[in-house]
Design a protein around this ligand. Structure first.
Ligand code: PFF
Length: 499
């Protein structure tokens, strides 16, 4: 028997196992069609598919747009040459982000399972499922510390509503005001109980949405939250751009300082692309397994990447003009201080600042929530499918340990600050390990698998919806996934090693 025939028989056997029928010889094309049309149910018995095209975009965009675009991007741009970083980032999204997103969503929709199951279905009998397992691990580690920062935004929103955020911040000089907010942030995140409570509140919020399932939970929440996020962003943009001296900030953000471009800056832009588009760690495999068969993957990938980039650019157009207009120290933008010190300082000096502060932390909370939901969904679907659990029990099984893991991350700013792993606090260790190491390794596996090992024709069929969607860009995308993406991902990985 030729290798092609045996591969066909193997797949027929695989389908027979999952449907409980005797193996039959079916042409490969037909198997594929059957796989696409089969009614899929999750562990709880409900059909797990997104209902509408808007829901597909909103959920995927909700995953992508998070703290990465809203908070990390402006800080990265400031540290890495302003407009030059923006240009490289745009290039990375176009050349790498969209093709890798296409590869990962193709893998997810063709596999129609959790991250591990999708590899198992498409490469039965191989060890590729380990790549999916690594993705589940990475997503879980990322939620554990992401949830803590998401919790801080919840607390800052609450403090904006009650006015506690601005209490005592009416000193004479800008320096004093800044110190007040610095002190507030440090004493808040360094205290054990308060950040723990907000982290727990965030976990409970996630459980609330996730328990309701794919359509009624994730899709519905994203459909409400994403438009809200864009309306808020637009309001901020209009405000920031009409501030006196806004143009100086715009020049700073958009004018490329090519002298600051180094390999390190390019690697940072690549890393930012992966993190901000939620690439590599199984989130897109998981979400794409919920995409209806007629979802146009290319359109989805370009829309999501385009809108995520738009959010990042809008954030730059908000932050830089504001910082210049309020004569703040541009070098203060890095790290936690941008969101938790610099912006509250601005709000305290703005007319109607408290309302703006409420709106901003709502924006950040919405962005963080839709991202934590997507990260959690990776392991929830994994437990549902692999261990045949209901939606509710899978949600509880995976979310409850976070009460401990996220607590450790949160306490690592307080009483566990001296507990170090390889010289890093628990929070920083998990951040570095998951984001800089496992994420690029998983992404490398995705592109190598889809580029070289996925059953022949699968990638093309997914991208073209079985020939129903134009294929003009497919050869370019395929070339990038096979050759360019692996090399560039290795660059990210080596730059992490060198750091
Ligand atoms: N894209 C999210 C952000 O920019 O904040 C973070 C994220 C979500 C990263 C999901 C990775 C992921 F799989």
């Amino acid at each position: 028997m030729g290798s092609r025939q045996s591969a066909i028989l193997e797949r027929a056997l695989m389908i027979s196992l999952s449907t409980g029928c005797q193996p039959v010889r079916i042409p490969q094309q037909k198997i594929y069609n059957n796989m696409g049309k089969r009614k899929r149910t999750d562990g709880g018995g409900a059909t797990a598919l997104f209902k509408t095209k808007a829901g597909v975009i909103a959920a995927t965009l909700g995953s992508a747009v998070g703290l990465g675009s809203i908070w990390r991007f402006p800080a990265e741009a400031q540290q890495n040459g302003g407009g030059a970083f923006l240009l490289i980032y745009l290039g990375c999204v176009l050349i790498l982000g969209i093709p890798v997103m296409l590869a990962e969503t193709s893998l997810g929709r063709a596999g129609r399972a959790d991250a591990v199951g999708s590899y198992m279905k498409l490469a039965p009998g191989s060890r590729w499922w380990l790549a999916g397992g690594l993705g589940v691990l990475a997503s879980y580690l990322i939620i554990s510390f992401y949830m803590v920062v998401a919790g801080w935004t919840l607390q800052y929103l609450w403090d904006s509503i009650t006015g506690a955020l601005f209490a005592g911040a009416d000193g004479e000089s800008a320096r004093l005001i800044e110190q007040t907010f610095h002190h507030k942030m440090e004493s808040y995140i360094g205290s054990d109980i308060a950040p723990l409570i907000s982290t727990y509140a965030m976990i409970v919020l996630n459980i609330g949405v996730l328990m309701m399932g794919v359509q009624k939970g994730i899709e519905r929440a994203s459909n409400i939250m994403m438009p809200l996020l864009f309306v808020l962003l637009l309001l901020f943009c209009i405000y920031a751009l009409t501030l006196p001296g806004a143009s100086e900030g715009l020049v700073y953000f958009f004018r490329p300082d090519f002298s600051r471009i180094t390999w390190g800056v390019a690697a940072n832009a690549l890393g930012q692309t992966f993190f901000s588009l939620s690439l590599g760690i199984g989130v897109l495999i998981t979400y794409a397994s919920y995409y209806p068969s007629d979802t146009n993957l290319t359109r989805t990938a370009t829309t999501v990447s385009g809108l995520t980039t738009l959010v990042a650019v809008m954030m730059g157009m908000i932050i830089f003009p504001t910082v210049f207009s309020f004569n703040l120290d541009i070098d203060q933008l890095r790290g936690t201080t941008l969101v938790f010190v610099t912006l509250p300082e601005v709000f305290s000096q703005m007319p109607g600042g408290r309302v703006w502060s409420i709106l901003f932390f709502t924006l950040l909370l919405v962005a963080a929530l839709t991202s934590t939901i997507s990260l959690s969904e990776v392991s929830i679907l994994f437990v549902q499918k692999r261990f045949k659990r209901s939606r509710l029990s899978a949600t509880l099984i995976m979310m409850c340990p976070l009460f401990l893991l996220s607590a450790l991350c949160s306490l690592s700013f307080g009483s566990l600050a001296d507990l170090k792993i390889f010289g890093l606090t628990i929070f920083n260790f998990l951040d570095t390990f998951a984001t800089n190491w496992i994420l690029p390794i998983c992404a490398l596996c995705v592109v190598i698998f889809v580029g070289w090992f996925i059953p022949k024709g699968t990638f093309r069929r997914e991208v073209t919806n079985d020939g129903r969607v134009a294929t003009r860009l497919y050869p370019v995308v395929n070339f990038i996934v096979r050759w360019i993406a692996p090399v560039l991902i290795l660059v990210i990985l080596f730059s992490s090693i060198l750091k």
